[in-house]
Design a protein around this ligand. Structure first.
Ligand SMILES: *[C@@H]1O[C@H](CO)[C@@H](O)[C@H](O)[C@H]1NC(C)=O
Ligand SMILES: *[C@@H]1O[C@H](CO)[C@@H](O)[C@H](O)[C@H]1NC(C)=O
Ligand SMILES: *[C@@H]1O[C@H](CO)[C@@H](O)[C@H](O)[C@H]1NC(C)=O
Ligand SMILES: CC(=O)N[C@H]1CO[C@H](CO)[C@@H](O)[C@@H]1O
Length: 861
């Protein structure tokens, strides 16, 4: 009998192995695209349960984005709900009208049998997405759709979250996407799911996004890419670019634009798991000040929480929000936070979703009373898993009643200690039991939500229940099988509403670990539990670049590494490049060597001060990049090929991920290898690159150069033709915001103009852009009379909705000046000038940032 079963088990998949063949029928053009039926003609997918009658709906979303939705015609399947009220682009997508149909940048062609489709670039006929010749399977728990590429080894990016090189490897790789609490193990799936990829081919780009929340794999095999998902539907968006940044912009139009962080949150952050008591935290703030090191925000990990003590550690572990541990007396905490605020500094604490299952604990009792915890598959009992406090239940943020519950807990906590943001950890959801700790699982049938036939992540020896809530757990709107990856979105949405209301409609900071498309509209992210090693340092760069694609612009990694001890050199290099992370926070694990920047030696402290001040001198620039990012003009960090897609100098530009651009014009080439004192850096073509600090012209582009980089030097270059605003840095962002500013002009090396911009608002109120409560200024330097010896620098105020800024522009520094005898004039008055090394010109002046700026510089050759 046993043998027979075994034989059947082998034969059945073999028999079923004739690939499914679907046929397209009844194709009809509609006002906005096409509809059709797709019917299974023969064959079957590897796991059976094929869906026979499918329905196709193709929508021309806009001139550059097409959507292909394939659903079950007979039965409604799980579809991703719209969770976050995503901020739509400032230019709303063009109304579907006959007019723009003529300008569509793509065509779509269907093949009847076997069913396939091909999306082409209208201008050239180039095929961007073609399912022809790729497997198309649509069964209950296994759906696959894919595309082929014209040449082997295409340049592909995306498919996160993981710690891996930015450019995807194409030799039969399986990229799993399923949110789990996994330390940054090279190439394994991590805390977020992003079924998006961007392709870069011959200087142009396209991309695709599968709007699907189930556990998935993307398989990349030399000349093809296949999405495999184990539930939901096919809802595919294809973006035609044609530039890489246009693809990203098109993608963000679907998932929502990144938010503009509160100005203060762009400052420096210090955190540690293992600040044992309030005195230690106070001392860190004090030490920063004594060492003349900028600090905006101090963080507490779980050490502050009141509850049980485990592992014989000093710290206590439980849900926060209930209250503070004895070592963090609440009255002292309140005074401490008030003092931080008086000093323009901020305080943030961590909170986990798990609620300790303990009668008498308010958060638990009220959750039971309101019946808002996630249920087991019986849909009756609260599911229980173990997290730091022990056995826990988990709020079901999809339940509308849950918001009141969460709102009450969070706002009560804030009324006691006015924290400035929340750090949402463990929200994958992480659990120490596989599935649940309730006892034996309730298993109803073989292939259930708990036990699907195909398991993304099984190559790492995991199933969907490994160290997380059981995939058959039940929420008010569906099953964990479908919702697991979206849990953080619901939690962030609820937390954000509460923080905004409680904090008088000010932007609050939320830092989440788990993530999904749309996360970046409300929250920051850090790349999780990395190691204090050089690989983690390198992976932080590609991790941040990938998150920019995913619309999570406000992102960073634990500076100096979380796990294990950071060496002097590693922490020095990490502090340097970390000072240019969109989100800059030094964070460290319990029991590890302390790594605050003043703890090494005087030389280290001086080095850290230099780069922290450098960050603070770029705060207006960063803030302006976030504004531009939010209104869809690009990313905060950019890979080199985003700005230099047509760079002819070197094919390798598509592979570079150890250098990056901060905005369009600052090229950073950090040292990310042990014992290196130089770095091999590529300079993209078509512009001159000046050393950012000295103004020396270093390269005319299109070449690799070896740059000297002693232990305390971060190579940074500015592109000719750009203007950036520089702050006079202070110990906090608030003070920096008031200080005088300067303009750094890197003159164009052709007769083109040099350009820059500045975005200003009050720094923390909501919707400043939509309400017009901001000021936007552009700066332009124009050569006069076709002559590079004379140039005129002017500003133009494009929007004047915020007038509280009283910054003085007190200096203009110009790189690339021709000649060394220069006169500067403004409105007939002569301005003092100075020529320094490398013909760097400094002009001194006193002009209010909101006044007219008009300076003419005339140099003798
Ligand atoms: C990709 O496919 C081409 C053509 O089939 C083959 O020559 C090449 O070796 C393959 N490359 C890899 C990395 O598998
Ligand atoms: C679970 O129970 C609730 C209320 O009793 C009901 O509304 C919901 O539809 C049930 N969910 C499932 C998946 O059975
Ligand atoms: C850039 O090109 C100019 C003009 O050909 C030349 O004078 C200059 O030395 C070059 N600069 C560098 C850094 O190679
Ligand atoms: C991204 C990364 O650096 N991952 C590594 C971190 O360190 C651990 C332990 O050395 C490795 O297992 C990871 O691969």
């Amino acid at each position: 009998m046993k043998l027979l079963l075994l034989v059947i088990a082998f034969i059945v998949p073999l028999l079923a192995n004739a690939d499914p063949v679907y046929r397209l029928l009844n194709l009809k053009a509609t006002d906005v695209g096409y509809t059709a039926d797709i019917t299974l003609q023969e064959g079957s997918g590897p796991y059976g349960s094929d869906i026979k009658n499918l329905q196709l709906e193709t929508t021309f979303e806009s001139e550059d984005t097409i959507r292909i939705k394939i659903t079950d015609r007979d039965r409604r399947r799980w579809e991703v709900p719209k969770v976050v009220k995503t901020k739509q682009p400032t230019q709303p997508p063009k109304k579907v009208s006959i007019l723009w149909f003529a300008f569509r940048l793509y065509d779509i062609h269907f093949e009847e049998k076997p069913f396939s489709f091909e999306i082409q670039r209208a201008s050239s006929g180039e095929v961007l997405f073609s399912t022809r010749g790729t497997p198309f399977v649509y069964s209950d728990q296994y759906i696959t759709i894919g595309t082929t590429f014209p040449k082997p080894d295409p340049n592909l990016y995306g498919a996160g979250e993981r710690a891996a090189p930015f450019r995807l490897e194409t030799n039969n790789q399986r990229y799993t996407m399923f949110n789990i609490d996994n330390p940054n193990i090279y190439k394994e799936n991590l805390y977020g799911t992003h079924p998006f990829f961007l392709e870069f081919r011959d200087g142009r780009s396209s991309g695709a996004f599968l709007l699907n929340s189930n556990a998935q794999d993307i398989i990349v095999n030399n000349q093809s890419l296949n999405f495999i998902t184990i539930g939901g539907i096919i809802d595919l968006f294809v973006f035609v670019g044609p530039s890489p940044s246009q693809v990203v912009k098109q993608y963000h139009t679907v998932i929502g634009a990144p938010f503009i962080p509160a100005f203060w949150s762009l400052g420096w952050h210090q955190s540690r798991f293992g600040y044992h008591n309030i005195q230690e935290v106070q001392q860190v703030v004090q030490k920063y000040k004594e060492n003349d090191l900028p600090l905006d925000t101090i963080w507490n990990d779980i050490d502050y929480m009141q509850a049980c003590e485990i592992h014989h550690h000093h710290h206590s572990l439980s849900l926060g929000l209930q209250g503070f541990h004895d070592r963090y007396p609440e009255d002292q905490m309140r005074r401490f936070v008030d003092k931080l605020h008086a000093n323009n500094q901020q305080y943030i604490v961590i909170v986990d979703p798990g609620i300790k299952k303990q009668v008498g604990y308010r958060a638990y009792d009220e959750g039971v009373r309101d019946d808002i915890f996630i249920k087991r598959s019986d849909n009756k009992t609260d599911i229980v898993n173990k997290v730091w406090p022990g056995l826990c239940t988990f709020p079901d943020f999809t339940n509308p009643k849950c918001h009141q519950y969460w709102d009450r807990l969070v706002s009560d906590f804030l009324s006691r200690v006015p924290i400035d943001g929340l750090w949402l950890d463990m929200n994958e959801q992480s659990g120490f039991c596989d599935g649940e700790c309730n006892g034996d699982p309730i298993i109803k049938n073989k292939f259930s939500h708990r036990n699907p036939p195909y398991v993304p992540g099984s190559q790492f020896g995991r199933n969907l229940n490994s160290r997380t809530l059981s995939s058959d757990a039940i929420y008010s709107i569906g099953s964990n099988y479908d919702l697991h990856n979206m849990y953080p979105l619901y939690q962030i949405e609820s937390t954000s509403r509460t923080l905004q209301q409680t904090r008088n409609n000010k932007r609050a900071m939320i830092l989440t670990r788990a993530n999904f498309p749309s996360t970046g509209t409300l929250s920051a992210h850090w790349t999780g539990d990395n190691w204090s090693n050089w690989l983690s340092l390198r992976m932080s760069l590609s991790g941040i670049l990938s998150m920019q694609l995913f619309g999570i612009s406000f992102v960073g990694s634990d500076i100096c590494g979380f796990k294990e001890d950071a060496s002097y050199d590693l922490c020095a290099r990490w502090t340097q490049v970390g000072s240019l992370y969109p989100f800059s926070r030094n964070h460290n694990e319990l029991g590890r060597k302390l790594q605050e920047p003043y703890l090494f030696d005087q030389a280290f402290t001086n080095m850290a001060r230099k780069y922290l001040y450098n960050r603070y001198s770029l705060l207006f620039h960063l803030y302006t990049l976030f504004y531009e990012n939010s209104v869809h003009k690009g990313m905060v960090w950019r890979p080199l090929f985003f700005e230099f897609a047509l760079d002819k100098g070197n094919d390798g530009i598509a592979r570079i991920d150890e250098q990056f651009l901060l905005g369009p014009s600052l090229l950073c080439s950090p040292v990310v290898y042990e014992r290196a004192s130089s770095v091999r850096a590529y300079f993209p073509s078509g512009v001159t690159w000046y050393d950012y600090y000295s103004g020396e012209a270093v390269s005319n582009g299109s070449e690799w150069r070896v740059l000297r980089a002693p232990w305390d030097h971060l190579p940074l270059h500015i592109r000719s033709g750009s203007i950036i605003v520089k702050n006079t840095p202070a110990l906090t962002s608030a003070q920096t915001k008031k200080n005088p500013i300067g303009l750094l002009v890197a003159l164009s090396d052709t007769l083109d103009d040099s350009l820059g911009s500045l975005y200003l608002d009050d720094g923390d109120s909501l919707n400043t852009v939509d309400l017009g409560k901001y000021t936007l200024i552009t700066y332009r330097s124009v050569y006069q009379g076709g002559n590079r010896n004379v140039f005129r620098l002017q500003n133009e105020i494009l929007n004047l909705g915020y007038t509280q800024s009283s910054n003085t522009i007190d200096r203009i520094v110009v790189y690339g000046v021709k000649g060394n005898d220069c006169k500067a004039e403004s409105g007939g008055a002569v301005l003092p000038t100075k020529i320094g090394p490398f013909n760097t010109l400094t002009v001194n002046l006193q002009v209010n940032v909101l006044s007219k700026l008009d300076v003419v510089v005339n140099c003798k050759p």
